[in-house]
Design a binder for this molecule. Structure first.
Ligand SMILES: C[S@@+](CC[C@H](N)C(=O)[O-])C[C@H]1O[C@@H](n2cnc3c(N)ncnc32)[C@H](O)[C@@H]1O
Length: 421
């Protein structure tokens, strides 16, 4: 089986960096790809700005030939080159569907919901394997019907002929320098040997054993059952929910942070890491010798206030007065722990931006763009491709911890190497 891949919602290429173990770029700025994946197509388009900084960065590192910079909704899915592995990080949105007005037939989701773009590619291109990333709350969304969003995703995969594995992973639990908790989804088409082997192994043991030892996530990120966790199971077949609209209207489930789906049956369990791995700390990734002046200009007093505990009187839309309160978070950030989750607002004067006391200069400052790249495990200066500094922070907050993808890639390589066709 060819190791060909497509990167959707590519940003600055986190899946490609991880899967091809990229640690550097050459004097022309081109990524040095160590393989084994040939990326035959990538798509990245930022709807919020005219400037396309993430795409320009991607194109600098990988070339423009196989990279597309248009809204994925405008792409004719049949034109996407054939590929074995579909990858992408997509947002948690409202995946609800309904029948079109005046018709019992057909299904309509909200416009601009990116899952439906992925779903269309599954149907049209039928890639053998799929690796996706989303926020951890995907499994519990929306709050009014917990698990509905993920139930819709599972049903779509099952309808398109896939088995699915999932796991919420905190990168810091496995030695990476950021406490970033994300849901990862691995899907495999029922025409693969892997599907047959995974199902067969599953029939010989209890589903919790499969979750704890057989999924690509269990193999790459060893885990054990969380204290007092219980396996639960459910079914998303046409007998239970006759179409996706019924799943959308009725399905709710308390999904555990790990699980799998085969032939419309799913099994889920809460797991925790089974080994203690010393995390890489924020202190270890600092670049104290190369701190641009602007990083020292951030307002100390404002950061101190933002990160402190507070009680503020606020007025709700209905005119009702209430007290908004929040607890203190570390000020400055701890250097002997991994960084906290970076958001797209990183670097701005914001409660969630990192703010540190530099151990070399003794002065307080925000992180540098390179330090943010290091928290995501990109090569230094990966995003230094001509964009304004503030976008380098934004992009780092959008990206993923590439070392996790490298570990998943190693598992997927083993699978592809043993496929017979
Ligand atoms: C969560 S980020 C993924 C970041 C990426 N994994 C990385 O390593 O940089 C989602 C990306 O999807 C892009 N995006 C949003 N809407 C899009 C659309 N309609 N078509 C194509 N890309 C889109 C955003 O600009 C953003 O870069």
């Amino acid at each position: 089986m060819e190791k060909t891949a497509v990167e959707l919602f590519a940003g600055v290429g986190g899946f490609r960096v991880g899967l091809n173990d990229i640690t550097a770029f050459d004097e022309n700025g081109r990524a040095i790809e160590n393989g084994p994946w040939k990326f035959v197509w990538a798509n990245q388009w930022e709807p919020a700005t005219k400037a396309q900084h993430a795409f320009e960065c991607y194109a600098t590192r990988f070339g423009k030939d196989d990279s597309s910079n248009v809204d994925i909704a405008q792409v004719n899915k049949a034109d996407i080159p054939d590929h074995t592995l579909l990858t992408g990080g997509f947002p948690c949105q409202d995946y609800s569907v309904a029948h079109p007005k005046n018709s019992e037939k057909g299904i309509e989701g909200k416009k601009g919901v990116l899952w439906w773009q992925i779903d269309e590619i599954l149907k049209v291109k039928q890639p053998k394997f799929v690796l996706l990333e989303n926020v951890d709350r995907l499994l519990k969304a929306p709050s009014s019907q917990r698990g509905q969003a993920f139930g819709i995703i599972l049903r779509c995969f099952a309808d398109a002929g896939y088995g699915v594995q999932w796991r919420v992973i905190n990168a810091a639990d496995y030695g990476h320098p950021q406490k970033r908790r994300r849901t990862f989804i691995f899907a495999f088409h029922n025409s693969t040997d892997y599907y047959a082997n995974f199902s067969k192994a599953g029939r010989k043991q209890k589903p919790d054993a499969t979750i704890l030892s057989d999924t690509i996530f269990a193999k790459g990120f060893p885990c054990k059952e969380k204290n007092e966790a219980k396996l639960s199971q459910g079914n998303l077949s046409k007998k239970t929910f006759h179409d996706l609209v019924e799943v959308s209207n009725k399905f709710a489930f308390p999904f555990g942070n790990s699980g799998y789906l085969l032939s419309y049956d799913f099994y889920t369990l809460d797991v925790v890491p089974s080994q203690t791995i010393a995390p890489k700390t924020l202190g270890e990734i600092l670049d104290s010798n190369n701190v641009p002046d602007f990083c020292y200009k951030a307002d100390y007093d404002k950061f101190k206030y933002l990160k402190g505990s507070k009680k503020i009187v606020r007025i709700a839309k209905n005119g009702h007065e209430y007290i908004y309160s929040e607890g203190a978070i570390p000020f400055p950030d701890k250097l002997d722990e991994p960084g906290r989750t970076m958001l797209t607002s990183e670097g701005t004067t914001n409660r969630s931006s990192h703010y540190i006391q530099d151990p070399k200069s003794g002065q307080f400052r925000i992180l540098t763009p390179v330090e943010c790249e290091r928290m995501d495990e990109f090569p230094d200066n990966w995003t230094n491709t001509g964009m304004p500094q503030k976008f380098r922070y934004f992009i780092a907050g959008n990206a993923l911890v590439t070392g996790l993808i490298k570990t998943m890639g190693a598992q997927i390589n083993v699978i592809i190497d043993s496929e017979s066709k």
